[in-house]
Design a protein around this ligand. Structure first.
Ligand SMILES: [Zn+2]
Length: 260
């Protein structure tokens, strides 16, 4: 290989590496910010004011707010009152960091990588908030729809058939049950998910994955007697898991299915 090529390849790998680190750190920081939003949005709290320990109300000092690392250094306990910090906090930070990196790897470009990463970040918040409150706030759904459509436009993959399947499926359920089976938030969410995925066959992968994972989880809860048949299970987390599966593994799943 000519010397110039080796140098260029090395330079290329170096930039890719720098971007990977950039996306990982950005994902961790946004995960930490996401934890604040997951707690404050359902409680109608503003973004002003520092984070406090939920047990002793001590303001958390900035060096105890480093994503994941602070949790490990504090061994999962508040510095002041030693109350256990929920594992959810570092988990969200870590998941966010990993998903930002995956978004960059998937797109191979900083701009579209960022668009996808922010859309996924909003999905993460929506899943967590729907899980704890059984509702999806418009304040997250609306920006998600805007970002997802912008992403769909950059990919040139927005398709009417995909929307008829992806959004139509939820709109019909919502209209027939007058909002009892699923909420209007789920219908809005489905617009964003379809715009992100684009192709109708990826939308089908998303729906199937969401229902398969959701059913397994429901059966698990019933066996463990953690809920009764009447309990309402938040569906957004499964739609989000289905979307992530379709986004990152959809093409592989489809090519394997079509070969059989
Ligand atoms: Zn405390």
């Amino acid at each position: 290989m000519p010397h110039g090529n080796v140098q260029r390849m090395f330079l290329f790998e170096q930039t890719t590496f720098v971007y990977l680190i950039f996306f990982a750190v950005l994902g961790l920081v946004f995960g930490s910010f996401g934890n604040v939003l997951i707690y404050r949005i359902p409680n109608n709290q503003g973004l002003g004011g520092r984070s406090k320990c939920p047990s002793c109300s001590t303001t958390i000092r900035s060096f105890d707010l480093i994503p994941v690392i602070s949790y490990l250094l504090l061994a999962g306990r508040c510095r002041k009152c030693k109350a256990t910090i929920a594992i959810r906090y570092p988990a969200i930070e870590l998941i966010s960091g990993v998903l930002f990196v995956l978004a960059y790897i998937q797109m191979g470009s900083v701009l579209t990588g960022l668009l996808l990463a922010f859309a996924i970040w909003l999905l993460l918040l929506i899943a967590a908030i729907d899980q704890s409150t059984q509702g999806i706030p418009d304040i997250l759904n609306i920006p998600l729809i805007v970002i997802s459509i912008a992403f769909g436009i950059t990919q040139g993959h927005l398709s009417l058939i995909a929307f008829l399947i992806g959004t139509g499926f939820f709109f019909i359920q919502w209209a027939v049950s007058r909002g009892k089976w699923i909420g209007s938030g789920d219908v809005l969410l489905s617009i964003a998910l379809t715009a992100l995925l684009g192709k109708w066959n990826l939308v089908l992968v998303m729906l199937c994955s969401a229902y398969i994972v959701g059913s397994i989880f429901a059966v698990y809860l019933l066996i463990k007697k953690k809920c009764s048949g009447q309990d309402h299970l938040a569906f957004a987390p499964f739609l989000v898991i289905g979307t992530l599966i379709a986004l990152f593994l959809g093409e592989i799943i489809l090519s394997k299915l079509l070969l059989i």
